[in-house]
Design a protein around this ligand. Structure first.
Ligand code: SF4
Length: 241
């Protein structure tokens, strides 16, 4: 992951950050302030967990509605069998693949989705390097990913950002929950609207989007849980009175 260490101030700074009056922060300033506080607190996250783009690609599908801890051994099994790359996956039958995905939750459907995704990447000249698909522009790639079965906006954007290194922000439930609990109307916006807000508010930068999403997930897991643990949370200073 390139440039993560340069992320301490990757964004155009707002003229006035306004910590004194949290309720007065615009959504745009709020998003910038959240990033600064999370990065200052946690530092770089080195996402996505995975050694290679192929591993990350498979992980984007396998982790849908499944705890990451259950995904890790499944990926390890595919790796050890030498079938983790899209070109190898695409050669498998559905029955073959379901045998490997048995422990990943809704394994039959995920096998179908992964086979379809693997075929798409293989047909588009993927060589386990994001440059191999550099010939296709970002909007078209995203659109084509969304046309595949089992690939919704969040999965498509994880692939766009973490596999294909395109500057596309990932919106997930942690993001919405944090915005909602801080009174941001945008928490209830549609996926495209909320994503557009992130794109407008931040520099359109792969490393920044990579880091920001990872930080939101970390904060969501550690503090902004179903029952929030605001005490000690790096974002507590942004809460209203
Ligand atoms: S835990 Fe509290 S302070 Fe932290 S993000 Fe959630 S609502 Fe905000």
């Amino acid at each position: 992951m390139s440039g993560v260490n340069d992320l301490s101030s990757p964004m155009q700074q707002p003229e006035v950050v306004g910590r004194k009056e949290p309720a007065m922060l615009t959504d745009c300033h709020f998003l910038r302030e959240v990033y600064t506080l999370l990065f200052d607190h946690y530092g770089p996250q080195h996402w996505w967990p995975g050694d290679t783009p192929d591993e990350i690609l498979a992980g984007c599908v396998l982790s849908q509605n499944t705890r990451w801890e259950r995904v890790v051994p499944v990926i390890e099994g595919l790796k050890q069998a030498g079938i983790l790359s899209p070109s190898r996956l695409a050669e498998l039958t559905l029955e073959d693949l379901t045998g490997y995905l048995h422990d990943s939750g809704t394994y039959r459907r995920k096998s179908e989705y992964l086979l379809e995704l693997a075929a798409y990447f293989t047909e588009n000249g993927w060589t386990s390097d994001c440059d191999s698909m550099a010939h296709t522009d970002t909007d078209r790639l995203r659109c084509e990913l969304l046309s595949l079965r089992g690939i919704g906006p969040e999965t498509a954007d994880c692939i766009m950002l973490y596999v294909l290194k395109r500057p596309v922000f990932v919106i997930d439930a942690y993001t919405r929950r944090i915005l909602d609990r801080h009174g941001m109307e945008s928490a209830h916006a549609s996926y495209p609207e909320l994503q557009a807000l992130f794109h407008r508010s931040l520099e359109r930068d792969v490393s920044l989007f990579n880091e920001y999403h990872a930080l939101l997930v970390r904060c969501g897991k550690e503090f902004c849980r179903p029952k929030p643990l605001c005490e000690g949370c790096p974002l507590a200073r942004l809460l209203g009175e």
